[in-house]
Design a protein around this ligand. Sequence first.
Ligand SMILES: [Zn+2]
Length: 515
Amino acid sequence: MTDGKLLIEKLLRYAEKFLHLESRDEIYFRNILLRELRLTEPFDGEVDLSYIDKLDVPDEIVAELEEYAVENGIAKEEEKGLFSGYIMGILSPLPSKTNREFYRLKEEKGIKAACDYLYSLSVKNDYVKKTAIAKNLKWEYADGTRILEITVNLSKPEKDNKDIAKLLTQKVSANYPMCRLCKENEGFAGNISYPARENIRTISLTMGGEKWFVQYSPYAYYNEHLIAVSEKHAPMHIKSDTVEKVLDFVDFFPNYMIGSNAALPIVGGSILNHEHFQGGGHLMPMHKAGIKTEYFCKDFPCINVGITDWYNSAIRLESEDRKEIAAFAKRVVEKWENFTCAPCGIFAETDGVRHNSCSPVARKDGKKYIIDIIVRNNITTKEYPDGVFHAHPEYHNIKKEGIGLIEAMGLFVLPGRLKKQLAMIADILSGKTPYDEKALSDKENYLYVHRDMIRSLVVEYSCGKLTEQQAEDAVRNRVNVVCSHILENTAVFKDDKTGKEGFDAFMKEIGAERK
Ligand SMILES: [Zn+2]
């Protein structure tokens, strides 16, 4: 049995060390914890708790808290995570105090110190799930001069049948908070179908003259993955104001990049009903790419403009002059919205439905602003009902979901099922498991979706002859190549004659000529 009284002392020591709990408030919080843990008097004795000061993540102390809650009937097994989130929220500084400290650090020590403070607080109060994130499979694919980063996402917990059954009986509000990004999530208790947010801490700032806030992502895909969210629950859109917002962001956070998902289904992110951007402290593979073709625009002579040397279609602008780069970027965004190029299959509109959108991505390098605008189109045809510029069906076994901003920049987030499936495929190539074509064509077979890829791998590597390592490498390499093809699928201007002419036509539209 967990010693509840001792647990309270551990929590207090942890909060003082990592969550900025002041010693003046210790007695007050001890009494709160006594009430929450349903105890009447505190721990009485001497014990060495110095190990707490060395904890890197809160896992151990959170596990103990959850165990105690279940043992003592304070929380049911499936609700123990809600309970620990609630307690960690109580022990964290209030949003107002967090904001004051963030701005004080930014002012006195610079933005990096302020970000370190918020990120460390978010990890230490168990909002950012550092240990779960570390479980993701991760590797890099060097494709000539380009790089892709590939992650198999194993960090998000999957709901089991028990949780789903419970869902049916629980009373939940359908419209509060209105969505998972709304400001009203700050401190929200959550329920079995909705994540608890007592321990989230956000920072308020102004972007494009509007009230926004930033928060770290609990299941980050990359280093210090940050989300900027509008205080208003209003749909995503990419217009001139988007450009001002991303520039305001990089002026505030010169250490982070920021980008917006395209504002249409298929080519956008998973949440289109609440305006938000994805940012953070990671230089994306696209950022490391150079310029493929240089252009010159006489209206904006101080701006370097070119086509990014990337799989999909992106225009890069570089300048130290914020006003000029903003004006040019707005022109690109506006012109793209109405651009049609029949030979490339790009139609801005069909039957009154708009298809063009784009992802503006901004960052700073010293005083220089760098904006990449990835142009997208979500048109569907009879041949490609899921999208012409979407992963084509032969690659859906690897990724079927929309290719949003993060993947468009070269960081693939693949579904967790692949960990086991890829290992099983490697076993076939190494001869550990026999290749059974007939069994694989059964829809119930776990590897059914991969049957064509397996057949092609078996032919290429004469099945069963590879060592375990070679087999694993062969499968991974196939995934790498598929990811690069998926990005090529999303290119509205292909890397061929028609595509190049189409891209030139668009560059002409924005007033740029080849150098
Ligand atoms: Zn919302």
